[in-house]
Design a protein around this ligand. Structure first.
Ligand code: ADP
Ligand code: ZN
Ligand code: ZN
Length: 734
């Protein structure tokens, strides 16, 4: 967007303030002083007055269409060069257009709060350094201080020295005047703490690895590679080598991982290979740490940016390579506005900046694999594990047969025997149960009604800690009822084990074993993921029990047994990606077994042993899964054959959402090239007290559909309190 040339007297800019609470964050309009008019651009960093504060920093995010009604305050200062690199500004604009949100929303999300703030006031500290040639006229007190400083190796922060020597800054200034010490201000880099890995040994690549590395190194700017490598095939080594090559060309690399907290091992491997040249970006960092890491990338002190989803917006200006590890992961899609997918943003960014892209996975998404088949991406395959290690055999246990044989434990006979056997040999086991809490729901045996959340149309989960029924969508919790809320029957029963119950049952079955749990309830505190995974990796526990968190990226030599408690939980979700997600989850968790010298083994318990996703995962057969799935997608006109836009209309009154939903669908149907389904109840019809209906657009032409939707929404009458959530290319319809 260019500044409007008229009216000549006044030009305004919408500024997003960098350092105010999120709740207040929206753009504010300022007048651009005449002298600055030529230089202020979207993306410029500026200093403005805000409330009682005279100087706060912000970004120009747009030029308002109209002049503000009241008087506007003036921009005070332009902060040098554009702080947001031009290529990123272009990307932000693309994201706003593609995902139907405002540029301000993209800035707000992409640039962590305080990113600019630091440009105005960097964090520094005073450092005291011992000088050569001690002068002789020091007092006894001063000599003592020098002694402390010498003991510490000749350099300390002023604050530390004052504390350690029990002295005062005044005395230190006197020492400085005598030339005994020097006091200087030094920039503090608040680097995030990471597990320290031993210096990374460089591995000799296997033939398959070498081929993939060579292909990527020879890639054209903008070329995309799909690295399909089975679990344990050494994809990380391919990433490390191609990054090293990128750095050798004096270019920068960006590495995206699904969730930093769950992949400390991966980050540690990068740290071990590249040391200080790495900057880590993720949401759990403190504001100061994040600012420093951002700056180190921006000014080129760091050459490799690594982080989760939002790191796709890292300020690299010489981007040569983008790596997206576990490219199939749903966590790359943000589930609130702007609802961007980091993979699609990464592809666009690489196209803008002429960087190569590597999408890596043992279970590529159906979309990416389809593009590789079509020739849009180059497919690179790692078909075997390194060191000729075998993929683990997968046994599928039919839980219906278990019950028929009179066996009612949540552990099948096979899994029970295997746990005893493997733990007896001093090996480790992982148990996956895709539901946290104690039992998945509580149901009345007289009338069959589950106990539901009053605000959301979902059943409540029983949590043993605190003896409470909890809703996993809102914060509703209540004591378990003595009688059924519907029919007053006293016969209330728990169904479906959650992580807590599995942990309890495992403890009863294996009294000697040390058991730890990894789920959202045990990881609420910062660093708890790392502590739990670290303890398991160090051998301080024998069994790791958890939700899908345990399926991600762990590379542990002593894990020889993986058990899936109930594969069914994910198979039957009412979503077009349910089969894909189930296959991915089963394959990924199975891939945790047998990565070291000890051969692995996997046991999958299910009530649907013949489900195609279960069968394909059992046979480690991606091709079988993909062949079936792609045919079904084509028939049902789902991605990658058509694009989807899901619009969720929500309000506190059910009548209102139906009325608006119908009006929206009607308007959309006026566009001939568009298929609009609904309005229909969203899978969770009531959520946090709001009713929700959805209108689903299926289209071969996304740009056309976007324009149609913009137009339809513009015409829509929207009662107070009504919300529209637009999800372009939704990852799930749940
Ligand atoms: P993936 O990400 O494909 O599941 P990893 O990258 O975690 O696999 O590699 C699996 C294991 O194999 C790791 O412990 C890694 O150190 C090891 N490894 C990878 N490449 C080689 C190689 N060329 N030679 C020996 N070991 C390797
Ligand atoms: Zn009842
Ligand atoms: Zn609820």
């Amino acid at each position: 967007m260019e500044p409007q040339p008229n009216p000549p007297s006044d030009v305004y800019a919408d500024v997003l303030i960098d350092s105010i609470p999120l709740a207040q964050q929206r753009p504010y309009t300022y007048r651009v002083p005449g002298a600055m008019r030529e230089r202020v651009r979207v993306g410029s960093a500026v200093v403005v007055p805000f409330g009682p504060r005279q100087r706060v920093s912000g970004y120009v995010v747009a030029y308002p269409a109209r002049a503000p009604e009241g008087p506007a305050r003036e921009i005070r200062e332009l902060l040098g060069d554009t702080v947001v690199p031009p290529a990123l500004q272009r990307l932000f604009q693309w994201v706003a257009d593609y995902y139907l949100c405002t540029v301000a929303q993209v800035y707000q999300m992409a640039l962590p709060r305080g990113t600019l703030n630091g440009a105005v006031k960097e964090k520094t500290q005073l450092v005291v350094t011992l000088q050569d040639g001690l002068s002789s006229d020091l007092s006894k007190r001063q000599m003592q201080v020098v002694g402390v400083l010498t003991g510490a190796g000749g350099q300390m922060t002023l604050a530390d020295l004052v504390r350690a020597a029990q002295t005062t800054p005044g005395l230190l200034r006197a020492l400085e005047a005598k030339g005994a010490i020097a006091i200087a201000s030094q920039r503090i880099w608040r680097a995030p703490e990471l597990p320290n890995a031993a210096l990374g040994t460089v591995l000799e690549p296997t033939a398959e690895q070498a081929e993939a590395i060579a292909a990527i190194q020879a890639g054209e700017p903008g070329e995309v590679f799909l690295l399909h490598g089975v679990t344990g095939s050494g994809k990380t080594e391919v990433y490390l080598r191609t990054i090293a090559d990128t750095l050798a060309r004096r270019e920068q690399a960006l590495v995206l991982v699904p969730e930093i907290a769950l992949t400390p091992q991966t980050v540690a491997r990068f740290r071990a290979r590249f040391g200080d040249r790495i900057a880590v970006l993720h949401s759990a960092l403190g504001e100061g740490e994040r600012f420093d890491e951002w700056q180190r990338l921006r000014n080129g002190d760091a050459q490799v940016g690594i982080g989760a989803r939002s790191a796709v917006f890292a300020p690299l200006s010489r981007l040569g390579l983008v790596i997206l590890d576990e490219e199939h992961e749903g966590s790359y899609k943000q589930d609130n506005a702007p609802r961007y997918h980091a993979r699609d943003v990464a592809l666009q960014r690489a196209a803008f900046e002429g960087a190569r892209v590597v999408l890596g996975s043992a279970t590529p998404s159906v979309e990416s694999y389809h593009r590789a088949e079509r020739g849009d991406y180059r497919l690179l395959t790692l078909s075997c594990r390194v060191n000729e290690r075998a993929l683990p055999p997968v046994e599928v246990v039919d839980m219906r047969a278990e019950l028929e044989a009179g066996h009612r434990s949540i552990f099948s006979r096979s899994l029970t025997a295997a746990l005893h056997e493997h733990l007896g040999r001093g090996e480790q086991a992982i148990l996956l149960i895709n539901r946290r809490g104690y039992s998945s729901f509580v149901m009345c045996r007289s009338c069959g009604e589950p106990v539901r959340c009053p605000n959301c149309s979902v059943s409540l989960t029983y949590h043993k800690a605190g003896e409470a029924l909890r809703c996993h969508y809102c914060d509703h919790h209540a004591a378990p009822p003595e009688r059924c809320p519907s029919c007053k029957s006293p016969y209330i029963k728990h169904f479906g084990a959650g992580t807590q119950q599995v942990a309890e049952a495992a403890a009863a079955l294996l009294p000697e074993a040390r058991i730890i749990r990894l789920d959202r309830d045990t990881t609420t505190r910062k660093g708890s993921h790392q502590r739990i995974l670290g303890a398991f990796a160090a051998g301080d526990a024998d069994v790791l029990i958890g939700t899908q968190m345990v399926a991600k990226g762990l590379d542990l030599q002593r894990v020889s047994l993986v058990g899936v408690m109930a594969a069914d939980a994910s198979l039957n979700l009412p979503d077009f990606r349910a089969a894909e997600r189930s296959f991915q989850l089963l394959t990924q968790v199975a891939g945790r077994a047998g990565r070291g010298e000890i051969p692995g083994r996997v046991i999958v318990q299910t009530y649907a042993p013949d489900h195609p996703s279960v069968r394909a995962a059992q046979a480690h057969d991606f091709a079988a899964f993909y062949g079936r799935e792609i045919a079904e997608r084509e028939e049902l006109r789902y991605p990658p054959f058509q694009h989807l836009i899901n619009v969720v209309v929500s309000a506190e009154e059910a009548g209102v959402v139906w009325k608006v939903g119908e009006a929206l669908a009607d308007r959309l149907l006026a566009f001939p090239e568009l298929m609009a389904l609904g309005p229909a109840e969203a899978p969770i019809f009531q959520l946090r007290g709001r009713y929700r209906v959805q209108v689903l657009i299926k289209t071969p032409d996304l740009a056309y559909a976007r324009n149609a939707l913009r137009e339809a929404v513009r015409q829509l009458e929207r009662p107070q309190g009504l919300r529209l959530a637009i999800d372009v290319e939704p990852h799930s319809l749940l």
